[in-house]
Every structure is written in structure tokens, then in C-alpha cells.
Design a protein around this ligand. Structure first.
Ligand code: MYA
Length: 246
């Protein structure tokens, strides 16, 4: 089944476009990139933590090429780059973060748990709000090894969970993963770049159903496909539940 990541990859090549997962808008020239979820007004602009979803020297040519394409498309707001921090709490709007003043300081967002660039999860997510879709550009580093030379299935699950999770948060606010089902189709070589293309399929009450495909840069290789169920949490939240709020 062809999906958006195929078209994303193919969209890099001039003249090619196809988008069964959602229209591939193609590069556009316009205004500056928009902030994450529109919540940026709630963030302090001073003393912001480091945003890791920006290019660094470990990013390969493929990663940079894809990043530049999405950054271009973000200029008119069709796509939005999602900032990424090394603590979960820093993803929250300021009003919500206030509730976390007393949280322990030694936690790290799982995907940002290595300090050196390029050895772990190198990724950046772009949100298409209209399509309730997130495409994550993912470059797995050498510390994510499973079978020799290839990314560990757990690391692939983690990046899928986080990408579909971002979609679910966008669509439904406070959510948690209830089910994640992955079919691994082809191994992902360490250091390669893949597109994790996820979207909300439907929402039924508190249930958010999502699907995802992971493909290589030219879209020809399907590495994994997944479905996920996220459950919207009650508004009478615990701190854990608050942590899932965008
Ligand atoms: C932090 C922000 C960072 C942002 C960074 C960028 C994005 C990063 C994103 C990172 C993302 C990382 C994300 C993470 O890592 S989340 C961490 C991994 N997930 C968990 O630990 C969740 C553990 N489970 C629970 O807490 C509860 O079970 C939940 C909250 C899920 C539901 O318990 P709750 O008491 O609330 O609901 P309910 O039991 O009344 O069920 C409600 C309905 O749902 C149906 N149902 C329930 N479970 C299943 C199931 N497994 N399959 C099929 N259906 C299921 C159920 O039948 C019922 O249906 P119905 O009878 O009404 O028809």
C-alpha cells in the first residue's frame, strides 16, 4: 500500500508527486515556520531549553535534504516543525509546566537520552495540522543497534510510538498509548534515514486510532507498518496525565 511517506520521498524529486496518505503539497515559498501546535504563546521565550530538532553535523546528506524540503514547506504553515527537548516537561505549555515545579530533575525524554550527536535517535517531526499527520525524519545512530548493523526493533517502536503519539496529542490532547501493533518488513540500516509517516485514521469517543508507515528515502522500501490506539485521558488528571498534554 502506497502512503504518504512514499510520496514524501518521491516528492523530493522534481516533477513527482502522489499522496494517497494526504496531498503532498510540494515546496512552497511563504512566511516563517509556525510554532508547535500553536501553543507557543504559552511558552517563555527566555531561557528556553535547547531544541534538538534542528540540524547538527551528524545529520547525513539525506537527512539534511529532507529537512530542507520540509522546512521550505513549513514556510506557509502547511507543515510545522515540532521542537524537541531532552525533558518531557519542556514540551508542555508554560501554564501546564507550572504544575511541574517540584518534579525530579534527573529525567530525560526517552528519545533524547544520549548527549553526543548522531549516536542515538536523530529525528525531527513535522506536523500537518489539516491532515492530522506527522512525518518524522529519523536517522538511527550506532547506539540503537539490534541485529548487527541494523536498528533495534524497540528503537523503531519508540520512534513510531512517539510519532503517532504526537498525532494523537494534536488530535485529542492528553492521551496514552493503549495499543501499538507493528509489522517489521525490512531492517533499517544504522545511519540511514527513514520517514515515519503517521496519521489519525479516526476518533471514536476517547479512542484515537492511528496508522503509520516507515519507508526509506526513495519510498521504495517499506521498513515497518503499524497501527495504534491512544486513549484520551480524563480531564481530572494526575501529573502523569498532565505530562501527556501538548
Ligand atoms: C509528554 C509530551 C511530550 C510531547 C513530545 C512529542 C510527542 C511525543 C509523544 C510520546 C508518546 C509516548 C506515549 C507513551 O509512551 S504512553 C506509555 C505507555 N502506555 C501506558 O503506559 C498506558 C497504560 N494503560 C493505561 O494507563 C490505561 O489502560 C489507559 C489510560 C490506556 C486506558 O485506561 P482508562 O481507564 O482511561 O480507559 P478504559 O480502560 O476505560 O478504556 C477506555 C476504552 O478504551 C478501550 N481500550 C483500553 N485499552 C485498550 C487496548 N489496549 N486495546 C483495545 N481497546 C482498549 C476500552 O475497551 C474502552 O473501550 P469502550 O469499552 O469504552 O468501548
Amino acid at each position: 500500500m502506497l502512503r504518504g511517506c512514499v510520496s514524501l520521498a518521491r516528492g523530493l524529486r522534481p516533477g513527482l508527486r502522489a499522496a494517497p496518505h494526504g496531498a503532498w503539497p510540494g515546496p512552497r515559498l511563504a512566511a516563517a515556520p509556525q510554532p508547535f501546535w500553536g501553543h507557543t504563546a504559552g511558552f517563555s521565550q527566555l531561557g528556553r531549553p535547547k531544541d534538538f530538532a534542528l540540524p547538527n553535523p551528524s545529520w547525513s546528506q539525506d537527512m539534511m535534504s529532507l529537512y530542507n524540503k520540509f522546512a521550505e514547506m513549513a514556510k506557509d504553515g502547511t507543515w510545522k516543525r515540532i521542537p524537541s527537548y531532552d525533558r518531557s516537561v519542556d514540551h508542555l505549555p508554560e501554564r501546564v509546566r507550572q504544575a511541574f515545579k517540584e518534579v525530579r530533575q534527573d529525567t530525560r525524554f526517552f528519545l533524547r537520552n544520549t548527549d553526543a550527536e548522531g549516536i542515538g535517535f536523530e529525528y525531527v517531526m513535522f506536523l500537518n495540522p489539516t491532515e492530522k499527520r506527522i512525518v518524522c525524519l529519523f536517522q538511527p545512530g550506532p547506539y540503537l543497534e539490534g541485529v548487527s548493523g541494523f536498528a533495534h526493533g524497540g528503537s523503531i517502536a519508540a520512534i513510531i510510538d512517539s510519532t503517532v503519539g504526537g498525532c494523537a496529542i494534536f488530535a485529542a490532547g492528553k492521551v496514552m498509548t493503549a495499543n501499538l501493533s507493528i509489522n517489521y518488513r525490512n531492517p533499517i540500516p544504522l545511519g540511514s534515514v527513514v520517514l515515519v509517516d503517521s496519521k489519525v485514521d479516526r476518533i471514536e469517543g476517547r479512542k484515537v486510532f492511528l496508522s503509520c508507515e516507515v519507508r526509506n528515502v526513495d519510498g521504495q522500501t517499506l521498513h515497518a507498518e503499524a497501527t495504534a490506539l491512544f486513549i484520551q485521558l480524563d480531564t481530572k488528571t494526575s501529573q502523569q496525565q498532565e505530562a501527556c498534554s501538548p
